[in-house]
Design a protein around this ligand. Structure first.
Ligand code: COA
Length: 630
């Protein structure tokens, strides 16, 4: 999440000017509130950018990435696509019609094509992890107390959602869509044979009052409200967690949860098989319906300080394998907080309902809450034992679990995760040189990649579309002709590098501005393609062109998720020979998490992190040298 996000948010919180409200969504895959939409009504509808503009910008984005010969061919295809009265115009008109008829022409398609249709496992492939600073927990009691406070903090956040007092965020004077906040609690993804769904239980007649806690692969229902509707206090939660811990000491239980880490078709079949049994079905439903899940993880093998955060990031992304904590999850659950006995903590979330920024905003709230002293008096009412969820494991289910374990272990071995805590400077430095920190960091990615491979690659940066009703994300293509000129010049003493860096950053900023204002290339191209699939008998050639495939193969998949908390989000690469990079620019340091697949010989997360660190240092030296000579 970007820093203006907080600024605006907090100024509004202080003035108390905004009346937030629950939101309505047209998405058929998610059940949500039907309350009136006071705030939502003021939001703009996502526009469809002009066809000519997108096509010209698309061609320009190909320039650094494809050969002259391919470019000539693509130009020909584009001329044909844009012919007056041709297919491009037809698709554009259809898309504009869809935009008039729907609240958001993109979001439904986006949710389906990016998440619910994807058959890849959610763990590592689409679900991000968030690594929080290490907690110095002395013992098991420390783990329980920490977990109790964390639960209380999330419930405090939930109370803002329930009472419609969640402050509306603003950007550049315009309100942002708050819809995603209403989707992250009490929701869960459900596997389907071809497409998954997400169900939100918050708005039914009986919204859930329980969370699920998992320890040693055993799930428990923990009611978190007293009979008078007040949330359990930290002390009450602590007592309940102790009970759970003490009744889940056996470590030989079947890790049913690991089934959720599988390929979606495989899990879909196993799911139907699992819920044939009535007890299993009730247990699964209790997990799905719960407000969120807390995973009390077993300690991991000890590692050096240098490796510690890499291991925690891996724990958040996949749990470390079937021997460790991968079975201590329900990966379909939207929100799972993870607290290790060894002080590791963070969360993983299923991406379909929401983006990173609302999640880390929730985290910031929880972290703030946990710092406050506990003043609440605990009621003396004895609480009943949290219910243990039972599973009847048939030989067939056992076989599915074994397959899921094998698959998870292969995935775990394949993922290389590096957390880079860059301490030499933070976002204050580029700002002091009148440069956008985000664009500066993106150029450092470009330089690092170029130095490692002597070429550039398609790069994806997520940006927000939340200025628009039900907006999710757009993507900026960070590799530009200007970024390539800069990276090539950087190691050439004859070039005026600082000017090239400045130019590349300006171009990136312009692209960012266009993207957040609904004028990006990526989602418009997706819209044209989707409408072609719906309306035409065959896809226009422009989408079957090699250049289209090359430019959409994002070897660098990057996302800034800024927060007040000193944390970092992590996600897996988008393509087998690529990298996933998340970053959180703080004032005086920057947290990065870089991932790559070990099975790809060409990628290496450690090496890229090293190039990134060197690039950031060299870019600083460059700007300082220029400042001295001015
Ligand atoms: N000179 C001085 N300061 C500048 C500057 C310049 N030329 N350009 C920008 N800045 C300042 C900004 O004013 C801002 O100041 P603040 O810290 O006081 O608020 C700060 O630098 C940061 O701005 P910048 O780095 O340019 O980027 P951003 O914060 O606007 O973030 C995006 C850019 C693309 C990350 C953001 O717009 C966005 O979309 N975030 C959401 C990403 C997302 O949804 N990810 C999905 C994850 S699942």
């Amino acid at each position: 999440m970007c820093s203006w996000f907080f600024l605006v948010l907090f100024s509004f919180t202080r003035t108390g000017l905004v009346k937030p409200c629950r939101l309505l969504s047209p998405l058929p895959v998610v059940q949500i509130s039907e309350r009136p939409l006071v705030h939502q009504e003021s939001l703009l509808k996502l526009p469809v950018p002009p066809l000519q503009q997108t096509c010209v910008r698309y061609l320009a984005s190909l320039e650094p990435l494809i050969s002259e010969e391919e470019m000539t061919h693509t130009h020909k295809l584009m001329d044909e696509f844009l012919r007056p009265g041709g297919v491009g115009e037809r698709l554009q008109k259809s898309l504009e019609r869809r935009a008039r008829k729907t609240e958001n022409w993109l979001t439904d398609w986006w949710m389906q094509s990016s998440y619910l249709d994807s058959r890849m496992p959610v763990a590592m492939y689409t679900s991000p992890g968030v690594v929080l600073p290490k907690m110095h927990l002395q013992d098991r009691q420390g783990q329980m107390r920490f977990a109790a406070k964390l639960i209380a903090g999330v419930l405090d956040f939930k109370s803002m959602i329930d009472s419609d007092t969640l402050p509306v965020e603003y950007l550049g004077g315009k309100p942002l869509c708050m819809d995603q906040y209403y989707r992250v609690l009490s929701s869960c993804r459900i596997p389907g044979p071809k497409r998954d769904t997400v169900v939100n239980y918050a708005i039914g007649k009986t919204p859930p009052t329980h969370i699920t806690v998992v320890h040693n692969f055993q799930f428990f229902v923990l009611d978190v409200y007293n009979s008078d509707g007040s949330p359990l206090t930290v002390d009450q939660l602590y007592v309940q967690l102790e009970k759970i811990w003490n009744s889940s000491l056996q470590t030989n239980k079947e890790p049913v949860g690991i089934l959720t880490s599988n390929h979606r078709n495989t899990w879909g079949k196993a799911y139907n098989n699992l819920i044939k049994d009535k007890t299993n079905k009730e247990s699964v439903r209790a997990i799905q319906k719960s407000i969120f899940t807390v995973c009390l993880d077993a300690p991991k093998p000890r590692v050096s300080d240098e490796m510690y955060f890499n291991k925690v990031a891996a724990q958040m992304l996949h749990g470390g394998g079937s021997r460790w904590n991968s079975g201590n999850r329900w990966f379909d659950k939207t929100l799972q907080f993870i607290i290790g006995e060894d002080g590791s903590c963070g969360l993983t979330y299923e991406h379909a309902p929401a983006e990173g920024p609302p999640i880390v905003f929730l985290v910031d709230h929880v972290v703030d809450y946990m710092k406050r002293s506990e003043m609440v008096r605990t009621p003396m009412i004895p609480l009943s034992m949290p219910q243990k969820l039972r599973f009847n494991i048939t030989p067939e289910i056992k076989k599915d679990i074994e397959k899921a374990k094998q698959n998870m272990n292969i995935m775990v071995h394949d993922l290389d995760v590096r957390v880079l805590n860059f301490t030499h400077y933070g976002r204050k430095f580029p700002k002091s040189h009148k440069m956008s920190p985000d664009a500066f960091i993106q150029m450092a990615f470009q330089l690092a990649y170029y130095r490692m491979y002597q070429t550039c690659c398609p790069t994806y940066e997520s940006t927000s579309l939340r200025m628009f009703k039900l907006g999710r994300t757009e993507a900026i293509r960070s590799t530009t002709t200007e970024s390539l000129q800069f990276t090539k010049a950087m190691d050439d003493p004859s070039k005026h590098k600082a000017a090239l860096l400045e130019k590349a950053i300006k171009v990136h900023r312009k692209h960012t501005h266009m993207a957040i204002h609904g004028q990006g290339i990526e989602r418009h191209m997706l819209g044209l393609k989707m409408i072609a699939i719906e309306d035409l008998t065959s896809l226009p050639e422009i989408f079957m062109d090699t250049s289209f495939a090359v430019a959409s193969h994002f070897n660098l998949y990057t996302s800034q998720v800024g927060s007040k908390t000193d944390c970092v989000m992590c996600l897996g690469p988008m393509v087998p020979d690529g990298y996933g990079i998340c970053y959180n620019p703080m004032d005086d340091h920057i947290n990065f998490a870089v991932t790559a697949f070990n099975s790809c010989e060409e990628t290496n997360a450690t090496k890229l992190s090293q190039f990134l660190e060197d690039s950031l240092l060299d870019m600083k030296t460059l700007l300082e040298q220029v400042s001295k000579t001015q």
